[in-house]
Write a protein that binds this ligand. Structure first.
Ligand code: NAP
Length: 286
């Protein structure tokens, strides 16, 4: 049977380190801080935002919340971001996605000052991942790399296959794997004969958003299987993209859903916020 990668335990260990870092910064300067913007009342977003505030509080990070109505105009949202960009009490700015359909998400991402962009979605930060010279990494791929590191699963020289090419998971995950000297393939809906590609993976990463899309015949014996998917079944239970019961016996390591990649995402957001604060403290130029 595989080693089950415990995202909750790794997350708790990393949060302990973040807490110490935050305390050290607070002792020298002020507590690291995160401004969270939420537009509208999407229930899933409300839960994510609540969890982010709770995690901040547990780690000694000050968090501010800006709740805007669903019909907020683009101009208003951009003017709030402009204000936060120059607020010396704010280290990180996060605008909870998705935004209501009338708002231009990319324009909002582009408006956040790169040194406060703790989600690492701004083109300057995504570009920096390519060169390997970055201040922040996008939270989910960074969380996956942290899990691999803590379980001493080497990436160098491995074949990494990623299913999904989103800007927030698939593409940055590919870049991080390339930077770590893996041989990388990124798949999508148009990939011909997907199982023949995924069976080549030493490390298979599924970021699709479809329950059970990764079946046992798609996984090589002994592969490391990382399941990023978060899907809600009609009975309300959460599951990933991997048919866990069938795939687990073939894997050497596997992440469960929930309790695998998920807990790492907020943890890496906290890590980015503390990194932003450290940078601002050093520069003293907010
Ligand atoms: P996304 O933007 O929803 O895109 C899905 C990707 O999967 C696309 O590239 C799509 O291909 C590909 N795809 C869909 N069906 C496929 C199939 N049958 N075969 C091959 N490829 C297929 O992706 P995302 O935002 O990265 O989200 C993916 C999942 O991860 C969702 O369940 C999301 O909730 C979850 N997620 C979890 C976390 C976490 O913290 N655990 C964080 C972020 C996302 P095309 O490009 O051809 O359309």
């Amino acid at each position: 049977m595989p080693v089950i990668i415990d995202g909750r335990a790794v997350s708790a260990a990393v949060r302990n380190e973040i807490k110490q870092d935050a305390a050290e910064i607070a002792a020298k300067w002020r507590a690291p801080s995160l401004a969270v913007i939420i537009v509208g009342e999407d229930p899933a977003s409300q839960v994510y935002v609540r969890n982010k505030h709770k995690a901040c509080a547990e780690c000694g990070i000050t968090s501010f919340q800006y709740e805007l109505p669903a019909d907020t105009a683009q101009k208003e949202l951009l003017s709030l971001i402009a204000k936060l960009n120059y607020d010396p009490d704010v280290d990180g700015i996060l605008c909870q996605l998705p935004l209501p359909a009338h708002l231009d998400e990319q324009a909002v991402i582009d408006a956040i000052r790169p040194d406060k962009d703790v989600d690492a979605f701004h083109p300057e930060n995504t570009g920096r991942i390519m060169t390997g010279d970055y201040a922040f990494l996008p939270c989910t791929p960074a969380g996956i790399m942290e899990l691999l590191r803590r379980y001493e699963i080497g990436v160098e020289g491995k074949r990494v296959v990623i299913i999904g090419r989103s800007n927030i998971v698939g593409k940055p995950m590919a870049l991080l794997s390339i930077n770590a000297r893996a041989t990388v393939t990124v798949c999508n809906k148009a990939t011909p004969d997907l199982p023949s590609v995924t069976r080549q993976a030493d490390i298979l990463i599924a970021a699709v958003g479809k329950p059970g899309v990764v079946t046992a015949d798609m996984v090589r014996e002994g592969a490391v299987v990382i399941d990023v998917g978060v899907n809600r079944l009609p009975d309300g239970t959460l599951c990933g993209d991997v048919d866990y019961a069938a795939v687990a016996p073939k894997a050497s390591y596997i992440t469960p859903v929930p309790g695998g990649v998920g807990p790492m995402t907020i943890t890496m957001l906290l890590k980015n916020t503390v990194a932003a604060a450290r940078n601002h403290m050093k520069k003293g130029d907010l």
